[in-house]
Design a protein around this ligand. Structure first.
Ligand code: TXA
Ligand code: MG
Length: 313
């Protein structure tokens, strides 16, 4: 089917596909997702296969509103309500113990489930039409750059798959994942800042993405172009002289590169264009991409996390 425009007809067809154990890609406010019925082990297996995703990397179940958490988890607390009231619909994912009825394969074999209520009208219309939770990882091959347009998804998976086109994603990087199983713990930095979460529920721990075992998607090289990619400070960027390289710069000004992508100096604006810029840089036909390291102010944390992992070997 390939890329389709959002319409009642495309939602109905997509929901039917999901009911028949199929896969549908759709836009969310963060990145595009590749979705399947959370309760269909057959469909879940198809998503893992399509993405070439390690089966121990759990998926996020997308829900239309907070009442749907009753289908999926136990242990909903007052703090969860505070988070949901403040951030849902939106780019926050909450992890809690899963209900027995949820297939283990939807959760990478974990006994917990990640849930997110997206705000994007396409994701919401599809959920409303399907009327059941949709498990959806980012719609890219495992480890590759996440997609922020329908075209990116088609570049990943080809045109045999249905992709509902909701335009370029507003946030550009993934949701923040917070575990509320014990003490509130951020498992993945993302679009909702740590500061906003602390202002809502108080103390929150942050798991180092390098050491944690409980959120495998944050362990490996990720968000990565095929081209070798290095993170440089501004001084190193200023000294770069290599025609076989492209630069992704904020303030730095390389001596010589094939091309310089000038990035926004505002963290949110930077996040919005990061993945599409990485894809463009990857297609530039050079043997190296150099990226200028942003400053360490808290608003840049999620972006720096993505850059460090996209540059790790
Ligand atoms: O913004 C997003 O979250 C996007 C859109 C499509 O909603 N989805 C997304 O999914 O980024 P994915 O599969 O690419 O990343 C899911 C992350 C992984 O880091 C995974 O390890 C973590 O969520 N995760 C999922 N279930 C978990 C669980 N039960 N416990 C801990 N971490 C979990
Ligand atoms: Mg992903």
């Amino acid at each position: 089917m390939g890329i389709v425009s959002p319409s009642q007809e495309s939602y109905a067809l997509a929901a039917k596909k999901l009911r028949d154990g199929g896969i549908v890609c759709f836009s969310t406010e963060t990145v595009y997702g590749v979705g399947c019925d959370t309760f269909s082990e057959l469909a879940i297996a198809k998503v893992y296969k399509l993405k070439n995703r390690p089966t121990n990397n759990p998926m996020i179940a997308h829900i239309l509103d907070v009442s749907w958490t009753n289908l999926l988890c136990s242990g909903w607390s007052n703090k969860c309500s505070l988070l949901a009231t403040r951030f849902w619909p939106g780019p926050l994912t909450i992890v809690l113990p899963k209900k027995e009825s949820v297939p283990e394969s939807a959760c990478g074999g974990f006994d917990t489930i990640a849930m997110r209520c997206p705000s994007h009208p396409v994701a919401r219309a599809l959920l409303a039409e399907f009327d059941n939770p949709i498990s959806a990882p980012s719609a890219n091959k495992s480890g590759h750059i996440s997609p922020t347009t329908a075209r990116h998804v088609e570049d990943e998976f080809g045109d045999a798959i249905t992709i509902i086109d909701g335009g370029p994603c507003e946030k550009g990087i993934e949701s923040t994942v917070i575990s509320m199983v014990n003490q509130p713990t951020i498992m993945r930095l993302g679009s909702v800042s740590v500061e906003k979460i602390r202002n809502t529920i108080g103390a929150v721990e942050i798991k180092s993405s390098v050491t944690q075992q409980n959120s495998p998607g944050t362990l490996m090289r990720h968000y990565a172009p095929n081209t070798k990619t290095n993170l440089l400070n501004k001084e190193e960027m200023d000294k770069t002289s290599d025609p076989d390289c492209v630069a992704i710069a904020i303030q730095g000004n390389p001596v010589l590169t094939k091309r310089v992508f000038q990035m926004p100096s505002n963290a949110q604006e930077y996040a919005k264009v990061l993945y599409s810029t990485l894809r463009e840089a990857d297609n530039a036909g050079v043997s190296r991409i150099v990226i200028e390291r942003p400053c360490t102010a808290p608003v840049w944390l999620a972006v720096i996390d993505r850059l460090e992992r996209c540059c790790s070997d």
